[in-house]
Design a binder for this molecule. Structure first.
Ligand SMILES: Cc1cc2nc3c(=O)[nH]c(=O)nc-3n(C[C@H](O)[C@H](O)[C@H](O)COP(=O)(O)O)c2cc1C
Length: 365
């Protein structure tokens, strides 16, 4: 996925999957046969402007949220779901910048930001302060960076119905534009495609990312909440939480298909419920431009590496076809460093591709 001349690759992390600085979570070390995000573009966990920890999710360093053995995260491996109510905990933007880790990252990556103030006016002020601080820090960044603007965290209640939110999001984008970096708006599949269209009509919206978690009990006709969790959320005392994992896949695929049908033409980074290589294919077919991998790291970590490899092959084929004339036209232009570590010719370990003989192109290429 190329945004403003920067190659962000075909596979991105879900924000929150690899922590603040790509360090991963402590449990990653214990996944059988190893867990590797190699070939996926780093997307930092969403930070807020100020420090916060509404549900006491931060560990002893007061910076890193724990994911497993965490009272506001519920995991069901058998059903392939995660429910979380972390509530965007963290030390705040300035503390994270002060570590210098983002500045030293050497390949294109994304930061992620969300506002938390109650009113649209206060949120706009929050965005302005965020932009001022990040803009001052950007000259020290070694790698090109994009910003994922998180317009969809279910664990931060805001005061307005959706129509007003769209106007608010567009006003926010006016401010984010001053950063002069690629802007990717992150939505939830609960948000109407028509609203997404209005947001993508903003000249500074370079791409969409869909979906964030699905808030507790929403989309009851598509999600069997009762079958998954019973009558009450295991995270009831935190407001119910937001759902990740298997049930999201078809919902996201349908959302992306509808977005394309309604004429949304910006790149869409799609994810939600990718738990293996074949799931990436579902989103590819629906019209996604790239995919992201999230709770697969928690639920099916041993499949992560081959899912990333498979998706890289799948989307590089589509890109090669779709962008060939443009690539020829810009052949003399300088090339941004690639975010992709995975080679498109490395041998596959994916069962979906296992009918390819060594040295032969995999079936899907
Ligand atoms: C433990 C956890 C933490 C998350 N943190 C964030 C976050 O900080 N920012 C964000 O935009 N999404 C966050 N998400 C949502 C994921 O990025 C992703 O959109 C969602 O989980 C759906 O994808 P998946 O089913 O592949 O996990 C988080 C999800 C989980 C399970």
């Amino acid at each position: 996925m190329n945004l403003r001349g920067i190659d962000f690759g075909h596979v991105l992390d879900a924000s929150g999957a690899r922590g603040w600085f790509g360090e991963g979570h402590p449990f990653h070390r214990w996944v059988p046969i190893g867990l590797s995000f190699s070939g996926s573009t780093f997307v930092a966990k969403t930070t807020t402007l100020k420090a916060r920890d509404p549900n006491r999710a931060l560990g002893s360093d007061n910076q890193t949220p724990r994911v497993l053995r965490q009272h506001c995260v519920h995991v069901d491996w058998r059903k392939g779901v995660v429910l979380n109510a972390l509530g965007l905990p963290g030390p705040g933007l300035e503390a994270l910048l002060a570590t210098g880790h983002w500045q030293r990252w050497t390949e294109p990556f994304f930061l992620s930001f969300a506002t938390i103030e109650e009113t649209a006016e206060d949120r706009l002020d929050e965005v302005r302060r965020f932009v001022r601080i990040l803009k001052a820090a950007l000259p020290d960044f070694a790698a090109p960076v994009g910003l994922q603007v998180n317009f969809s965290c279910p664990n931060v209640p805001h005061d307005e119905p959706l129509p007003d939110s769209v106007a608010g999001f567009r006003a926010d984008l006016d401010e984010y534009a001053a950063l002069d970096v690629p802007l990717m708006v992150k939505l939830s599949a609960t948000q109407p495609v028509a609203d997404a269209r209005a947001i993508t009509a903003h000249p500074s919206c370079d791409a969409l990312c869909v979906s964030n978690t699905i808030p507790w009990r929403q989309m009851p006709d598509l999600i069997d909440w009762q079958g998954l969790f019973g009558a009450r959320s295991p995270l009831e005392r935190f407001g119910g939480g937001g759902l990740s994992g298997a049930p999201l896949l078809q919902i996201v695929a349908d959302w992306v298909r509808e977005a394309r049908r309604q004429g949304i033409s910006v790149p869409i980074n799609a994810g939600g419920g990718i738990l293996g290589p074949a799931d990436a294919e579902v989103l590819h077919r629906a019209g996604a431009s790239s995919v992201f991998v999230g709770s697969i790291a928690i639920l099916r970590g041993w499949r992560l590496a081959r899912t990333i490899r498979y998706a890289n092959r799948l989307f590089s084929k589509k890109t090669a076809v779709a962008t060939a004339p443009a690539a020829r036209a810009s052949a003399a232009m300088p090339v941004a460093p690639t975010a992709r570590a995975a080679s498109s010719v490395e041998p596959s370990t994916s069962p979906v591709l296992s009918d390819a003989s060594p040295g032969e192109s995999p079936r899907l290429l």
